[in-house]
Design a protein around this ligand. Sequence first.
Ligand SMILES: [Zn+2]
Length: 406
Amino acid sequence: MTIETGVLNLIRQTVSGMESEIIDFLSQLVRAKSINPPGDTITASAVIQEKLKEFKNPYEIHSFDDDKPNIILRAGNRKGKSVCFNSHMDTVPVGDISKWKHDPFGAEIVNGKLYGRGSADAKGCAAAMLMAARVLEKAGIQLNGGLDVAIVSDEETAGSIGTQYVLDAGLLKPDLVVTGEITSNRIAIAEKGLLILSLTTHGRTAHASTPWEGVSAISKMAKLINEIENTLGESFKHKRHSLTPPPSFNFGLIEGGVAVNVVPDECRLTMDRRTIPGESLDEAEQEIAGIIERVKKTDPTFDAEFSVVYRANAFETHADSPLVNSAANVCRLMELNPQPVGYQQVSDGRFFADKGIPTIIIGPGVAELAHTPDEYVSVAAVIEATKLYTLLAVELLESADCADSL
Ligand SMILES: [Zn+2]
């Protein structure tokens, strides 16, 4: 549908009148520490709940762990389609504090940039999504369907008791999903998958003065690393996706051995493998299994196995799907770039996409700043996102009419 000029102007005016309220809310949210790990989001959740008390629409709290609440605001009605706006209130740790020029929990605003841990990832998105629901209330815009705004915990540590929990519990049953993560307000329709593997090589211990009596698990791991690099390097040459970075792997952790003068009998390696949409995690696992089997055949003293630590599927929503087209309409209306992009990291959007629900990722903030010192979000981008989310709700759930302002 096309949003009527009257509705567009009403939304623009309402958001303009709420700018300081939106930024105040975001500032309070940034000041409320919600570092994950450990993932305690009680303070941030309290800030959100305090704000939601001003709203007309009801909200619910659903927690698997008491200190990691998930908040769902229920807007619109239950009769038509259901749209979920989803973002998170937990943040990564501050890191080396000496690298910060701004207080990570100060929410200082300098030259239009609001600084703080989580300001962009993803409190800017969360604040804008919640305030979009408030804009609809204040403008008296009725939706022809349900809008659930789910602001969860546990996103930074895999989401099993955040988005996955509320989704599996049947508390969210959306037809369409908009995940709030930093994309510079661009429509992201694809993200890479993640497979974390723990690989172990086994050897035989011996004194370092007679190493030929033993088998070094570290040397065997070096051999395995070399094989993985060669094999994946070759297979990646033919794997490309137009919107995401290429497939990749990283050996992030390694440990083995007990002393310098002992031949090590065990070595463990943790590996991060990113898949592109269209590449399955099973395939990626089998590739590693195949390499291990191949080395075993050529080297009778080679003994290794691996286990899966974590799996997150890649996903892609079709560029011609109604959800992406609607988001592109809104972007055009706002004179923003409507061309879809890929999302660089792993988002909670995958939980919905895994269930076959069309999902896009969009939100204010520059991706490169996430998880870094002096993280910030542009105040103007948060206001822009508030407008964007409001218009998107209207576009997806065709507003019924404009009732009297509340
Ligand atoms: Zn995030």
